[in-house]
Design a protein around this ligand. Structure first.
Ligand SMILES: C[S@@+](CC[C@H](N)C(=O)[O-])C[C@H]1O[C@@H](n2cnc3c(N)ncnc32)[C@H](O)[C@@H]1O
Length: 254
């Protein structure tokens, strides 16, 4: 089976298909991403999907793992139809997650203070689960307009993951909204989120001012040193943050 991985990035999805003994070709416009993937054994051609020249090559399946939103939806759907073999499949998928509003709102408020132009500074805070599903429905419509695909299937996989507060605060700086901020901007946001987690679980509003001197509160051992003095509970246990997520898969039959 020949698979085309569109916007393959470092090859996270494509390499799994290789491991399942499929033949995979990646198309990726970023040469550093492409270099990373090809150094790990995934052949990659450097181009946008729109500009990529397939010649007379065709494929049994096309993947777009968290990448279709970068591609022109009309030109991309037409190109996918052109390079799929009869009965081939276009599989567009992605994932998203959202923490509870009690954590998401203080996060967005802190981003508004330190980086007001950030797309993560909105009010109310971004709630991406519903947004993602509605975006996939629009993608589905564009694919349908090509007239080249049969009825698509939309699959949704819901999941929930629990992070300790220290794990959550360690993860946040690696996410898209924070990676380009200065260390002091990140620290202000992480402190606000750490406070929100404390309040969510223990109503610690009244003690926050005294944290550094409190005999009960101490910095988390596992997480990033944010200068935040109370990332663990009074009992020293990690505070949980429950995160809801979805994975959405749109499968269109050529
Ligand atoms: C969020 S990354 C996903 C990477 C990979 N598929 C994965 O699952 O890890 C989106 C990728 O789409 C690529 N991309 C952006 N515009 C594109 C385009 N017009 N055609 C193909 N890929 C594109 C980016 O360079 C990036 O590598």
């Amino acid at each position: 089976m020949d698979v085309l991985d569109v916007g393959c990035g470092t090859g996270i999805a494509g390499r799994r298909f290789q491991a399942a003994e499929r033949t995979v070709l990646g198309v990726e416009p970023d040469p550093r991403m492409a270099g990373f993937a090809s150094a790990r054994g995934l052949p990659v051609e450097v181009a946008t999907f729109e500009d990529w020249q397939p010649g007379n090559r065709t494929f049994d399946a096309i993947l777009a793992a968290q990448s279709w939103h970068w591609i022109d939806p009309v030109a991309g759907a037409a190109k996918a139809a052109a390079v799929l073999r009869p009965g081939g499949r276009l599989a567009i998928f992605g994932h998203t997650y959202e923490p509870p509003a009690a954590v998401a709102e203080p996060f967005a408020a802190a981003v508004r203070r330190v980086a007001p132009d950030s797309p993560f500074s909105g009010q109310p805070a971004r709630r991406p689960l519903a947004f993602y599903r509605s975006e996939y429905i629009k993608v589905n419509d564009r694919i349908g307009e090509t007239g080249s695909f049969g009825d698509p299937e939309l699959w949704q996989f819901d999941w929930q993951q629990t992070y300790s507060s220290a794990q959550w605060l360690e993860l946040l700086p690696t996410t898209g909204g924070l990676t380009r901020l200065r260390a002091d901007q990140q620290a202000e946001i992480l402190t606000a989120v750490g406070d929100a987690v404390d309040v969510l679980h223990h109503g610690l509003h009244d003690t926050r001012r005294d944290r550094r001197g409190s005999p009960h509160l101490r910095p988390s051992s596992g997480g990033r040193d944010t200068g935040h003095a109370a990332l663990t509970t009074v009992a020293g246990l990690p505070l949980p943050v429950h995160v809801d997520g979805i994975r959405v898969l749109l499968v269109a039959h050529g």
